[in-house]
Design a protein around this ligand. Structure first.
Ligand SMILES: Nc1ncnc2c1ncn2[C@@H]1O[C@H](COP(=O)(O)OP(=O)(O)OP(=O)(O)O)[C@@H](O)[C@H]1O
Length: 226
């Protein structure tokens, strides 16, 4: 493992991380260190391996080579502690379509370990208001538009106490106002000492975001013999 001065141990560190899927090398020997308070955007063409890398950072997928460290410890050795401090929102909206928007927020709070969720209904309404979902709170989430469902999924960013957010294409389906709202939320989170690692095909255009970027190379495909 790369040696760091104790004061500079990164929050998250990828050390020689490679991915080989279906016999194809997606990326090889990635080396990067994410410090608290930073926002990292992973970029790359379709199929470059961005979602794969995010899943490795969460511990959902094992690297083919190399290791991921959280506060200097291999993530598999501190899994419970790591997952308590991590919020991962994947590519799909991951909302319960048969629950209303309000019920989704309520259960997200509960699943995040908030035992006061029942007393927090006012906060749930506040979150829905922030995300422009007032008036839709009693609709089944599955009946909302793609962008509205994404907004319901993103309410987790207003409810969670997690310090590290790992977000796969969070801007998908959002309109211009939704993208601006989300970038404002990112700034608040970073100002409170939070950290974000995300993928996006969309440029992050808010100059207040202290953006770091990691570009994955485009995948190379061999032609099948004709
Ligand atoms: N479970 C799997 N088993 C084998 N190969 C997979 C699996 N999941 C994804 N892949 C392959 O890994 C490659 C990278 O996929 P990934 O979803 O990480 O790309 P991406 O950069 O996030 O793409 P996009 O920009 O389209 O979302 C793709 O070629 C995909 O087919």
């Amino acid at each position: 493992m790369t040696q760091f001065a104790s004061s500079a141990v990164p929050l998250l560190h990828a050390d020689g991380v490679s991915s080989i899927r279906s016999g194809r090398v997606l990326f090889s020997q990635l080396q990067f260190a994410v410090q608290s308070g930073e926002i990292w955007q992973i970029t790359g063409a379709n199929g470059a391996g961005k979602s794969t890398l995010l899943r490795m950072l969460t511990g959902l997928l094992q690297p083919s080579e190399g290791r991921i460290y959280f506060n200097g410890n291999p993530i598999e050795k501190v899994r419970d502690d790591y997952h308590q401090q991590l919020l991962y929102i994947g590519h799909k909206a991951a909302v319960k379509p048969e629950l209303t928007a309000l019920e989704n927020v309520y259960w997200q709070r509960r699943l995040n370990g908030d035992t006061n969720a029942k007393n927090q209904q006012q906060s749930d309404w506040d979150v829905l208001e922030q995300l422009g979902l007032l008036g839709l709170e009693e609709e089944f989430t599955g009946l909302l538009s793609a962008g509205q469902q994404r907004r319901v999924a993103l309410t987790r960013l207003w409810c969670s106490q997690a310090k590290l957010w790992i977000l796969d294409e969070p801007f998908t389906s959002l309109d211009v106002e939704g993208i601006a709202l989300l970038q404002q939320r990112f700034i608040e989170h970073l100002n409170q000492g939070g950290t974000i690692v995300m993928t996006s095909h969309q440029p992050l255009n808010d100059p207040q975001l202290p953006l770091q970027q990691l570009a994955l190379a485009a995948p190379q495909y061999e032609m099948l013999a004709s």
